[in-house]
Design a protein around this ligand. Sequence first.
Ligand SMILES: *Cc1c(COP(=O)(O)O)cnc(C)c1O
Length: 405
Amino acid sequence: MCTNNKHKHWQPATVTIHGGKAKDEHGALVSPLYQTATFAFANTAQGSARFAGEEPGYIYSRLGNPTITELEQRVAALEDYPAAAATATGMGAVSAAMLAFLQQGDHVLVSDAIYGCSFALFSHLFTRFGIEVSFVDMADLEQTAAAMQTNTKLVFLESPVNPHLKVIDIAAVAAIAHAGDAKLVVDNTFMTPLLQQPRRQGADLVLHSATKYLNGHGDVVAGIVCGSAEDIELIKLTTLKDMGATMSPHDAWLILRGLKTLDVRMQRHCENAQQVAEYLRDHAQVREVYYPGFADHPAQPLMGTQMHGAGAVIAFELCGDINTARQFLDSLQLITIAVSLGDAETLIQHPASMTHSPYTPEARAAAGITDTLVRISVGLEAVSDILSDLEQAFTQLTTGEHQHG
Ligand SMILES: *Cc1c(COP(=O)(O)O)cnc(C)c1O
């Protein structure tokens, strides 16, 4: 197998297209999809040599597959790590990365604002197996340092974070984690490696829900973890091989296709989002807009160092009550009501009744998830069409108010 390792000299946009590409014997421009469960051995000697690790080569697709290898090498190169492990879903990446390094009696320190299912995994499942978990506001570095324990093995964060787009100083948290001999794990789903490479701030492992921007076309659920060769080997040999949340080759092939346009997609996503955020901020029916691209956002000192763009997820507070929010979403014609993010389509959702509905009303209030909070993932449509759709929905709210006197 001849793999393309020239990426060290390439710009990220080139790596998204050529990184990890294996030479094809027929010269196919697009790498073939190895849609196979198993691999034939030439003879018993080869079979036993592969199992003994004495000869490279594939055995069985849960242990490795050429299409998946190409994706792993491409994303690892983009995140600037030597290796990666592809997983069935983003949650498969979170659970595989964490469980590979934890055992009973260990402690994990977690950012208090993270993806809902990661929160459930840490707070409910891990604690059942004797893993201690504590949550802390990682924007507060003093509190974060104070929350470290002698048995802290891993520190986990996400930045920017859903739904208020709070940004965490990754380098500062990495220093705290390393001072306590813990590894820092960063969920980089919202930024992608084109806007943020947490390895530069000291992260030991970086993971993604590849369902979102990496694939970008809304047709796959998948995940990936990047790290050192040693850490990725451990993840593959323990939590992936034996727990089995491996990626399907077909999904890997679709993500390889999606990745080719990541650079142009992220530019357009960010440009569109900046205009949508500014439009919303100036709107009389919007009380507050959360977007790291505003000049007065607390993320600004990290712009240009940690972050190279504000991303395309925006949250905003409508004036009114829960019915205003429902009516606003139901009036949209182009923008689709759906959870998820990072797709070509602009998607909008209502956290209080959707992504954050499992929270108690008290927990929602504590997390600042009000009934009028709306989250939008700005897509790739012409921004004028996105803005017109928002405008016509706002106009209907005004009409509704008149109707009700
Ligand atoms: C969607 C998401 C996940 C979970 O990924 P799945 O692919 O849905 O399993 C994890 N973290 C973040 C930040 C996400 O947006």
